[in-house]
Design a binder for this molecule. Structure first.
Ligand code: ATP
Ligand code: MG
Length: 574
């Protein structure tokens, strides 16, 4: 059983067991199958609006919709919800398809576009008007607001509400023919201006919009509204379970009303809570702002929670699916700790990524008593978690590099690495002792360490049984290859950058979310293949950037450090 801890809006740790084989949605489907509803079929859909790239929240929905379909041997449609011509672009359609495929899902023949149904949706609106269930309304935007009422005040009926169906039909025809300016008329469903649910107060179902559509071009100047298009698209495609996020719960009466009035095939809408993740933002509007303002390098910036960003960072599809599984499906609104996402990729790479030694901030070490010109091949284990991954040879010589912060001039009591007069073990090498740390006279910075090595301590051997606590990584200076390393940190400095609407979320951007270093790596890394993943010993998991790495000069993205904050949280909560 997995313990899943969700931090609630109030920040309390709340534990919940998620044996994700089942959840409330699968329970509903089980009951439907038992009752032989839909002839036992399960057809779901993932309906993104192609007005931005997908993010990890969408991944939750993708894993759920495609996962449910797979569990019940049904199918899941990919439907571009492209009813708003002004905001949508072809490049987003392509990136959405790429992302869903990359996550490991297949829509088969079922790639659909809401825009394919514009004709049918027009006809459905005509039918509603004919039945006296919709009308052409001429209230201007400002007047419209006045008539709408407020949550505690009923709305007012439009003076056009009771015009005859014939008149409305004629106006709708002329709207479609392009005879009116935008906003001159809208088609509204005739429901109930007194409804406590604002979505039921004669909602607009069609409007005039004189914009080119990326698929239908200039064929239409009237476009359906989301609520009208969505339920009917579901119905046209024969969707059985229309799974969406909780904010659509208040739209459900309208979803049902439209399908009932039209006597259309009626999928069941089921809502679940959306994914919110700490230290990031997920609204497309905000992501677009970061991309357009150049606050990040693009939609695939490795700091973004977009699927393309996570892919570029080095996340695997399996780790994201595992994350979605562990988050589970509930109706609780809450925040998921980003540490859980990091835990999932760390957990996978711990088993699969080969270990290598890479020094990020090099400090030269000269072993005074090691023969100049001598090179030893040290045998290193590729992955202690998986002996089948074997061993490799790493050259060792008189001049090495270690991390600058593995030396301290004035060490604290609990510092177990190198310091003047102190010993440390070079992993897979020898125990060395620092004899001096000369400084650059100009900068005052330590320029190198002069050390002596103990020839009897090769490969971890300690002849006199002494304890040498610190084991540090190193590379041979003469053999090392230069590698660019990009250390990524969280994009925001606060857990919930969107919490306070009065404060621009961008003020919480982490100014240190990217640090670029030139490091020294063991020779093998010169041949690191773009797109491969490694554990840099003692540092973290890294990904050879698939775009910028060139043969012989890899660029590494930090995927995640080795520090597992999630394990700590889980222990505390569990
Ligand atoms: P945004 O609010 O950021 O613009 P959206 O919800 O409008 O996003 P859509 O493209 O309409 O984005 O979403 C497609 C599907 O993904 C919808 O079914 C939506 O419910 C689901 N989805 C979007 N965000 C999340 C999330 N954070 N968690 C789970 N599902 C999500
Ligand atoms: Mg949406």
């Amino acid at each position: 059983m997995n313990i899943h801890i969700e931090l609630t809006k109030r920040g309390n740790a709340m534990t919940e067991t998620a044996e994700t084989a089942s959840d409330f949605i699968r329970d509903i489907i089980d009951a439907d199958i038992r009752a032989d509803k839909n002839g036992g079929r399960v057809i779901t859909r993932f309906p993104p609006e192609p007005n931005g790239c997908l993010h990890i929240g969408h991944a939750k929905s993708i894993c759920l919709n495609f996962g449910v379909a797979a569990d019940y041997k049904g199918c899941c449609h990919l439907r571009m919800d492209d009813t708003n011509p002004a905001k949508e672009e072809v490049e987003y359609v392509d990136s959405i398809k790429q992302d869903v495929r990359w996550l490991g899902f297949d829509w088969g023949k079922h790639l659909h576009y809401a825009s394919d149904y514009f004709g049918k949706l027009y006809d459905y609106a005509v039918e509603l008007i004919r039945k006296g269930k919709a009308y052409a309304c001429a209230l201007g935007t400002e007047e419209f607001k006045g008539y709408r009422g407020s949550p505690d005040k009923p709305g007012k009926e439009s003076p056009w509400r009771n015009r005859s169906p014939e008149e409305s039909l004629e106006l709708f025809r002329r709207m479609r023919a392009g005879e009116f300016e935008e906003g001159a008329y809208v088609i509204r469903a005739k429901i109930d201006m007194n409804s406590p649910n604002a979505h039921m107060r004669d909602p607009v179902i069609f409007r005039i919009k004189k914009a080119e559509h990326h698929r239908t071009g200039g064929a239409w100047v009237v476009y359906p509204m989301y609520d009208f298009a969505h339920c009917l698209s579901d119905s046209i495609e024969g969707i059985t379970h229309s799974i969406c996020t909780l904010e659509f719960e208040v739209h459900r009466p309208l979803y049902d009303w439209i399908l009932n009035e039209l006597g259309a095939r009626h999928p069941q809408q089921i809502e679940f809570s959306r994914l919110n993740l700490t230290y990031t933002v997920m609204s497309k509007r905000k992501l677009i702002e970061l991309v357009k303002d150049g606050r990040v390098s693009g939609w695939d910036d490795p700091r973004l929670p977009t699927i393309s960003g996570l892919r570029r960072r080095g996340y695997t599809p399996a780790s994201i699916r595992e994350f979605a599984r562990r988050v589970g499906v509930t109706k609780f609104e809450g925040f998921t700790d980003i540490a859980l996402l990091e835990h999932c990729i760390r957990d996978e790479l711990n088993k699969t990524a080969p270990r290598v030694m890479v020094v990020q901030r090099p400090l030269k070490v000269v072993l005074e008593n090691y023969p100049a010109g001598q090179v030893e091949e040290m045998e290193c284990v590729n992955n202690p978690e998986d002996q089948s991954m074997g061993v490799r040879k790493v050259p060792f010589s008189r001049e090495l590099y270690i991390e600058r912060d593995d030396f301290e001039e004035n060490p604290r009591k609990d510092f177990f690495r190198l310091a003047p007069g102190r010993e440390a073990r070079l992993r897979y090498g020898y125990i060395v002792k620092c004899v001096s740390a000369p400084k650059d006279p100009q900068t005052g910075e330590i320029s190198e360490l002069r050390c002596v090595y103990n020839p009897a301590t090769r490969g971890g051997n300690v002849p006199d049984g002494r304890k040498v606590k610190g084991a540090i990584h190193w590379v041979s200076a003469a053999h090392a290859v230069d590698v660019q390393i990009r250390l990524y940190d969280r994009l925001f400095t606060v857990e919930r950058p969107e919490e306070n609407e009065a404060v621009d979320f961008k003020t919480h951007l982490n100014p240190c979310s990217l640090e670029v270093l030139m490091g020294k790596a063991e020779p093998l890394m010169g041949q690191a293949k773009a797109g491969s993943r490694y554990q840099f010993e003692r540092k973290g998991y890294f990904f050879a950037d698939p775009v910028e790495s060139v043969s012989g000069a890899p660029v590494f993205n930090l995927i995640v450090t080795l520090k597992d904050t999630w394990a700590k949280i889980a222990k505390r909560g569990g």
